[in-house]
Design a protein around this ligand. Structure first.
Ligand SMILES: CC(C)(COP(=O)(O)OP(=O)(O)OC[C@H]1O[C@@H](n2cnc3c(N)ncnc32)[C@H](O)[C@@H]1OP(=O)(O)O)[C@@H](O)C(=O)NCCC(=O)NCCS
Length: 182
């Protein structure tokens, strides 16, 4: 496999190529997203802010980008360490209300995406491990992701130390809370 380098996003803030790296990161985010159409540019921006922007802005030290040999962004992990159910920053994520005390036990949360051409080579697993290590070093007892039953990424998380800790029926889909002990 060609060399892949992991860089903390805060350490790339003053990189002369920051703008290009940022555009590439956005491309990985939007091309990996289950949602592909937006009614307006505002809606598209709000979607980015909800699932990526606020993590990069508020917790850049916990965001890692994966760069290929040509220093192009091919993937990332971003997230936060404190219980999001008690952070006003995440008040819009109403699914936490359904998962009771689980976020206290698994406070760290992550979002990971890889460019389609780079999937299935273990890079996602390495990004998750690096994030888990940062959270463990910060003294957090657990890490979680929220996904939906039947999604292919569920198999990825189960293979990477996560266990189903909660599920809630949201009508058209069943949300899963997957927790990993740290
Ligand atoms: C999920 C993802 C981050 C995993 O990273 P990766 O480097 O491909 O994963 P690894 O090589 O470490 O592990 C392979 C496993 O990843 C998962 N995976 C691979 N391609 C995938 C895809 N297109 N979509 C979802 N999961 C995928 C599978 O579980 C796969 O195992 P399998 O081939 O036995 O089914 C990456 O595939 C991806 O970005 N997928 C699309 C977006 C996504 O689902 N992101 C997570 C949002 S919660």
């Amino acid at each position: 496999m060609p060399d892949v380098e992991f860089c903390r996003w805060d350490q790339l803030a003053s990189d002369p190529e920051h703008e290009r790296l940022s555009a590439e990161l956005d491309h990985v985010f939007f091309s990996s997203s289950a949602r592909q159409s937006f009614a307006s540019t505002e809606e598209r921006a709000a979607f980015r802010e909800r699932w990526l922007g606020r993590y990069l802005l508020h917790f850049p030290e916990y965001a890692l980008v994966a760069l290929d040999g040509g220093r192009h962004v091919i993937g990332y992990v971003a997230g936060s360490l404190e219980d999001p159910a008690h952070d006003p920053l995440f008040a819009d994520l109403d699914h936490f209300a359904h998962f009771g005390a689980l976020t206290a036990r698994y406070p760290a949360q992550l979002h990971v995406n890889l460019d389609a051409g780079w999937r299935g080579r273990g890079i996602g697993a390495r990004l998750v491990d690096r994030f888990a290590e940062m959270a463990r070093e910060a003294g957090k007892p657990g890490l979680h992701v929220v996904t939906a039953r039947g999604m292919r990424n569920v198999g990825f998380y189960l293979a990477n130390g996560f266990v189903e800790r909660g599920a809630v029926d949201m009508g058209e889909r069943e949300l899963l809370f997957l927790g990993r002990d740290l």
